[in-house]
Design a protein around this ligand. Structure first.
Ligand code: 2AM
Ligand code: CA
Ligand code: CA
Ligand code: CA
Length: 267
């Protein structure tokens, strides 16, 4: 039995996520009472997103007063400590949330000196706390995570995100999907990029790819997949994930073949 010593850092991140989740779960129980507005053609933000983000900001600031923030709704806050920055998505899967579909989560990552070093993804309705710190492994609640061991693309189940009204890249995505679906056992679209990556870390999905994604969608999930023994790159096979918004994740057997498929279809 592995004894897990949880770091102070992860305790801070998980504590903030659990606290913010309380209002989130209450709001989920009465979605019809929320105020919803649009940021773009199909880009909705609700009073629940704002409330969660406020709680996360307060809790994280209380624990680490000098750290900066990059948040989906509030944007960037430069901290006195320029080398540490929280990357926060208060609700990843807002479209699901607003439709009463229970697949949404809170995502918090810590970036230090430009490197992602810790990630927490909390799915409150399933009480699934995914967490990882660089060098210390990835966990779901108390259980250590490992990416899947599947070796063949044709046996694998992959997650992706379908571009929506207002996001570009519809044509290349259809080419990618065409190439992938002929070679795999199944493709899933769950509607939360952060949970897609958590599922890859947990070995539930064998891989995941998406383009047009934002830093807060994937920052925590990247740490999880890597700490679970998986590979995460951009469409060139490099590490410009937050800059390009392109991401391919998979286990050591499937990442390269998947990268080749997507890259040739995307071009
Ligand atoms: P969000 O819920 O935080 O906005 C899935 O493809 C990813 O795209 C999700 O992580 C989701 O994050 C983001 N997204 C942004 N706008 C979306 C939309 N209109 N429909 C679905 N996902 C959207
Ligand atoms: Ca959003
Ligand atoms: Ca998001
Ligand atoms: Ca969001």
């Amino acid at each position: 039995l592995a004894v897990m010593v949880r770091s102070a850092l992860l305790n801070v991140m998980m504590g903030a996520a659990r606290k913010a989740a309380r209002s989130l779960v209450r709001d989920y129980g009465e979605i019809e009472n929320l105020q919803v507005s649009r940021k773009g053609p199909s880009d909705f933000v609700s009073s629940a997103d704002i409330k969660v983000e406020k709680t996360l900001r307060q809790e994280l600031k209380k624990a680490r007063p000098a750290y900066g923030f990059l948040m989906e709704e509030g944007g960037e806050i430069i901290g006195d400590d320029r080398s540490n920055r929280w990357i926060v998505d208060p609700i990843d899967g807002t479209t699901n949330f607003l439709h009463g579909i229970p697949n949404f989560c809170i995502s918090i990552a810590l970036e230090r000196e430009g490197e992602l070093i810790a990630g927490v993804i909390y799915q409150p309705l399933g009480d699934e706390m995914f967490h990882a710190e660089k060098g210390a492994g990835a966990f779901l609640n108390e259980r250590r995570l490992r990416v899947s061991a599947r070796r063949k693309l044709e046996d694998s189940v992959l997650a992706t995100g379908i571009p929506f009204h207002g996001r570009g890249g519809h044509e290349p995505f259809l080419r990618e999907l065409g190439a992938v679906m002929k070679n795999v056992a199944g493709v899933r679209r769950f509607g939360s990029a952060a949970l897609d990556l958590a599922y890859v870390a947990a070995g539930r999905c064998d891989g995941y790819w998406e383009a047009g994604i934002k830093p807060w969608d994937i920052a925590a999930g990247i740490v999880l997949v890597r700490e679970a023994g998986g590979y995460v790159t951009d469409y060139e096979g490099g590490n410009k994930l937050l800059e390009t918004g392109e991401i391919i994740a998979g286990n050591d057997h499937l990442h390269q073949p998947l990268l080749r498929l997507i890259k040739s279809a995307h071009a």
